[in-house]
Design a protein around this ligand. Structure first.
Ligand code: IMP
Length: 169
């Protein structure tokens, strides 16, 4: 494993994104949605740096086996709140093929939110299979498989506080 992003850098990213979101949602009460499970640590850190009257919710939408995305969207846990007329911010750990969030976007748009934006801690644009651009990105990375700070390989390594490139050695 090779260290890629330190915990301190992650916190700095959350401060920057939190500040931008605070500026862009002044006077609003956004619903900040964590995409389970991978985005949990990022969502928890990010909301500390958003200075608004926000609310939180959780959704679990996809299955991901090994190192290849299945691209199948499966609602394991739906939102608690009705999102019609609300400002929704979806918080994800990483965008890879773009399949998960592009499909989630189509599903959530049917529920008529007032606005729907996406924030991702990491982005791997070189891996896109469908066009999808998160509205807020923490850091763009190369085509690497990464673990830690919520990111897993078959459910392991989510508890690491830094982010590492995974390799067999
Ligand atoms: P996408 O649908 O291909 O964009 O995949 C998004 C999901 O795949 C993310 O929410 C992660 O759960 C998982 N994923 C993609 N790349 C990585 C990685 O490098 N490490 C761990 N999980 C990943």
């Amino acid at each position: 494993m090779r260290l890629l992003i330190t915990h301190e850098e992650i916190v700095d990213i959350c401060k920057r994104l939190g500040f931008e979101i605070t500026q862009n949602y002044k006077g609003k009460t956004p619903l900040v949605v964590c995409v389970l499970k991978g985005a949990c640590p990022f969502h928890s850190e990010l909301i500390k740096h958003i200075d608004l009257d926000l609310e939180v919710d959780y959704i679990q939408v996809s299955s991901y086996l090994g190192t290849e995305s299945t691209g199948v969207i499966n609602f394991k846990k739906d939102l608690e709140f009705d999102i019609a007329g609300r400002d929704i911010i979806i918080v994800e750990d990483i965008v890879d093929s773009g399949l998960t969030l592009s499909k989630l976007k189509l599903e959530l748009q049917k529920r008529k939110p007032s606005s729907l934006k996406f924030v991702s801690l990491l982005d791997k644009p070189s891996k896109r299979k469908v066009e999808f651009k998160p509205d807020y990105v923490g850091k763009t990375i190369d085509d690497l498989f990464v673990i830690g700070f919520g990111l897993d390989l078959d459910e392991k390594y989510r508890n690491l506080k830094d982010i590492y490139v995974f390799n067999q050695d």
